[in-house]
Design a protein. Structure first.
Length: 145
């Protein structure tokens, strides 16, 4: 018994390869792409702006600050000056509210002051037309339960 070992084709001719070798085509394409990138002019984008000329406006004047202290017993001080009665406090608020540029009111209540004293001062200020109110010194109340 004999065994025939071969390539499987009849007649012993080698098989013909039908595939196209694309490696040289890719090389040529890459070279052309690089040349195209090099020869493209660099595009510069410029935006023309007409900026205003002249002096800038002067910086705004910082507002006047009025500090109102409310002590633990309800005593009130306007910029460190004790206020003896309610009428005096109301006159201070009326004078400040009538100013063309109202001062900022910084209310500093004592840690031990009852809220009714602070609320009374805030209500008086609001009733007389004060618009720039703020409570400062809140860090003394942090950490309380």
């Amino acid at each position: 018994m004999a065994m025939n070992v071969g390539s499987g084709s009849e007649g012993g001719d080698p098989e013909v390869m039908v595939d196209v070798n694309t490696t040289p085509l890719i090389d040529v394409m890459l070279v052309l792409l690089i040349m195209l990138i090099i020869t493209i002019p660099i595009q510069t984008n410029a935006v023309k702006l007409d900026l205003p000329q002249g002096n800038p406006p002067p910086p705004p004047v910082p507002p006047q600050v009025v500090t109102i202290d409310v002590d633990f017993d309800g005593a009130i001080a306007w910029n460190g000056e004790p206020i003896p009665d309610e009428a005096s406090l109301l006159s201070h608020f009326a004078t400040a509210a009538a100013m063309p540029d109202q001062p900022e009111i910084h209310l500093r209540p004592n840690k031990l002051a009852d809220y009714k004293y602070v609320a009374h001062v805030l209500a008086d200020a609001q009733r007389l037309g004060m618009t720039k109110l703020g409570i400062v010194g809140n860090e003394q109340f942090m950490g309380q339960n």
